[in-house]
Design a protein around this ligand. Structure first.
Ligand SMILES: [Fe+2]
Ligand SMILES: [Fe+2]
Length: 186
């Protein structure tokens, strides 16, 4: 179904911009964590960067009929600090998405009966809740100058669902089979 509504299209473009920048920012901060000898936190950043890539791709796909050039305003956290600071920035970015951005985008896509956009926003919102929690866990370790304890991180390639407790048979968010999860192991 092509998009019918300009407002939903604007929100999809902005969310695409935000996710794209989060993807980039987390890969940059992953290298900082590695340099501080916190490889698990580096791996967490890389795994979550991959989830943000999946969100950006989903939003981009929903915009498939909207061809051409656009200027895209989007929220982005800046700051190149120590890992403990970067984790605070990362969590704040996720909280903005959880508390402000995605709930509004989700409701407006529902109001405008844009099913594809609604699904894409829903997938992202659910994953960001887990990201905020994992970044907070990581921050508690980094604050003590320690790497976090972290087993394999599994990311659903379809929706970005992020799991540290083992791969589920079926993704609880999008219904994808376990083969669709990509694992970031130490
Ligand atoms: Fe996220
Ligand atoms: Fe999924």
């Amino acid at each position: 179904m092509p998009l019918e509504n300009a407002m939903t299209a604007d929100f999809l473009r902005s969310a695409y911009g935000g996710e794209s920048m989060a993807h980039m920012r987390y890969t940059i901060w992953a290298d900082v964590a590695d340099k501080e000898n916190m490889p698990n936190i580096g791996r967490l950043f890389r795994a979550i960067a991959y989830a943000e890539w999946a969100h950006a791709r989903n939003h981009f796909q929903e915009l498939r009929e909207q061809k051409g050039d656009f200027t895209v305003p989007a929220g982005a956290v800046f700051g190149m600090g120590k890992t403990v600071d970067n984790l605070i920035g990362a969590r704040n970015g996720e909280l903005h998405e959880i508390e402000q951005m995605y709930p509004v985008y989700l409701e407006s896509s529902r109001f405008q009966n844009e099913k594809g956009a609604e699904r894409s926003f829903h997938y992202a919102l659910e994953a960001e809740k887990i990201h905020a929690r994992l970044f907070e866990e990581a921050r508690k370790s980094a604050e003590k100058g320690m790497d976090m304890a972290l087993g394999p991180v599994h990311i659903c390639q379809i929706c970005g669902h992020t799991v540290v407790e083992g791969i589920p048979d079926v993704c609880p968010i999008c219904g994808a089979k376990k083969e669709q999860f990509r694992t970031f192991a130490a």
